[in-house]
Each structure stands twice: as structure tokens, then as C-alpha cells.
Ligand binder design. Sequence first.
Ligand code: NIG
Ligand code: FE
Length: 421
Amino acid sequence: MPLQKKATLLITNIGQLITMEGPVPRVSDSMNDLGLIKNGAVAVAGEEILAVGESQAVEGKVDLAEGCIAIDADGGVVTPGFIDSHTHPVFSRTREDEFEMRILGKSYMDIANAGGGIRASVRDLRETSKADLTKKTKTRLDTMLSYGTTTIEAKSGYGLSTESEIKSLEIINNLNETHPIDLIPTFLGAHEVPDEFRDKREKYIDLLINEMIPEVTKNKLAEFCDIFCEEGVFNIDESRRIMIAAKKHGLKLKFHADELGASGGSELAAELGAVSAEHLVHISDNGIKAMAEAGTVAVLLPGTCFSLGHSNYAPARKMIDAGIVVALSTDCNPGSSYTESLPMIISLAGLNYKFTAAESISAVTVNAACAVDRGGQIGMLQSGLVADIVLWKINDYRELPYHYGVNSVQKVIKRGKIVIG
Ligand code: NIG
Ligand code: FE
């Protein structure tokens, strides 16, 4: 029986159609299940997916609207739009000077303790106009989109004053209205203690709890609250207090946890019912157990270890074996991981976590959707869901990690419209 709606866009001749239909989330072995259809087609009506399946079946049941755009995928790979579930895109100056200092022997923490790092980006952002920051952020979003990312989680965290955190969150919210990428805003006022509070950190925690969090939630500027929970930044007790306050104000929780040392951040994330905990390079066995039991998603960021020149990577396979939901993300930021490319992250996850290409694709689609509390709503090609689709210039999805450092995107479709290609 023909479908009621007519197709406004029809993609045919898809050699490998990766639908991701199947369990949400993908855990353990099911991460290798891509819901793959050979010789497939996708029909779109307006902003939504109308039909997905084998070419003949889709073409047999779909009527074409007048002016329907027909795309021949030429036997290539098609996937859902990728979801980058951990980014810091609102910043001003880049920090290539620090990258070179690290190459020459300084550590990330040496640079941070000398006043560089996050605090340097805070000084820059405060001096940059909203218009200039918006322009710079938009350029990063354009690059992300060109690499196949159609949804991101975007954090503030380089303002660290009520005014400049709000400025950052407003930029994220405004770009969500004007840019094809969907942005999910996260308040990261607890990214670092800013210069003016170094000798009175209690006062900054007080400001976070009693002014910034209430102000951000009153103005509905963020969906999540995140914190850099790490010895030397915010310790466990401080993190607990700040995150309990955030939760009371209705924010969902995310944690930068156990990145540079095992501080117990993953256990705390699980205890407070956080949606996700991220980095996790030094996660303990207890932390793994706690996250698996709580259903806290692990967002792994191999680009950060790569760009910091660290040889230690998160124990990703151990987490998968424990049944944790695992997502992959760029951590795009000016300090520890300056990349907009999820395909590059997929290469790094293959080599350093021993992820198959299919596991990595699950981690940037279905599971990344869970990391932003949108499991089953995005990251899949299924009739009725939003039409976020990427066509790749490759014939086998395993080329994604293999052909590294290049952009294999052919076309990006966001909400049913061709936005790249
Ligand atoms: O996720 N770890 C904390 N925050 C960022 C780094 C921020 C920066 O250095 O500017 C991260 O790696
Ligand atoms: Fe981060």
C-alpha cells in the first residue's frame, strides 16, 4: 500500500545503508549490529524519514512529490547524521602555543598551573564581543557539519562569571536557531576556578550554587550541567555540592571525570544519577561497576589523549565488557583536543580502544543519542524520525577508520535538506 505522505527527497542505490535499527542503546556485542541493508533506499518527506529499506521495497511504496530531489548514492555508504556528545565550541583564541609547549616537554597541568589552559581561554572570551564569538563558533559548527555531524552537545565554560557564562549559553542557544546543526546546551561554570577567585575558591562555589545555576535555569539556557571533577580543579566534595544544587534546579548531569587521575568522579556521577561521565582514562574497577549499575553513559574522548600526547587511553573494552553504554566524541576545545572531526575520532578509537568500525559507528549514533538523553529519537534512520543523513564517498563502512585524516563525506542532509554537497 502506498504511504500517505509523498517523498520530497529520495536516495537510491545505497550499497551499505546503515540504519542503526535495533536495540537502544547498543551494549556489548550489539554494538556490532548496524542494522545494515544492502542495496538500500531512503525516502524523506519534509523534515522526516518516510521509508527505509531495500531499494525495490521503498521505491514500490513511495509516491514522489512534485520537485522531489532524487539522489543516486552510487553504491556508497549512508549513515545517520553523527552526534558529537561532548564539545566546547564557544571560545575565542586558539592555543597552538600550548600544544607546542607540550611537545617540548611541559604537561597540561604545568601549563594550567602557570595561568595558561582554561584560565587563558577565560581571559580571551571575556574580552571578545558576542558577535565575534558567534562568528568563530559558527565556523567550527560549519566544519563539524562538513564532517558529518548533525547534532552536538555544546558546553559553556570559558566565561566563569555569571555574565560571560550567560553570554556563551546565549550564543549556543542562538546558533541552535540559526545553524543547521542542533545544539544541546550544557552549563559548565564549574570548568575551573577563575583568576579572581584563586585565593577564595569557596566564594566561587557559592557563586555557582547561589547565583549562576539559578540564573541559567531561570532563563532556560541549559539542559545539562557539567563539572571538571578532578584533583586540582573541583574535588569530590565540591563536585557533590555543586551537582546536587544543579540537579535541584532541574538540570541533568554530566561529569568530566577521572581524566588525569582516579579521583572518584565516575562513582559520584553514578551516585547522582548523571546521564553521562566523560574521559574516564583512570576509571577504577569500582567506577566501572557503579556506572554499569546506574546506566551512566561513558563518553570516551580518544582525541584528548592523542592531542595531549598521552599513552594511556581509557579502558574502553573493559567498560564494554561490563555492559556500560559507550559513546565517542571529539571533546572539541582549544586546549586538549582541537578537532571537529568524528571520523578522526573513529580512527583513534579503532587503534587505541580496539573498536571495530561498527562499534565506533554505534558510539557516534545510537549511543551518543543516549549520552544527550535522546536515545531512540536521533542517531537512527527509521520512518518517523528526523531526516539527518550522511552520504559517504566510500563503499565499505570499514573505510571510515582506515582512511584517516581525510574527509570522506559526500553529502549531509539535515532535517530533510541538503546542507553539504
Ligand atoms: O575536556 N578537561 C577539561 N576540559 C577540557 C579542556 C579544556 C581546555 O583545556 O581548554 C577537556 O579536555
Ligand atoms: Fe571536555
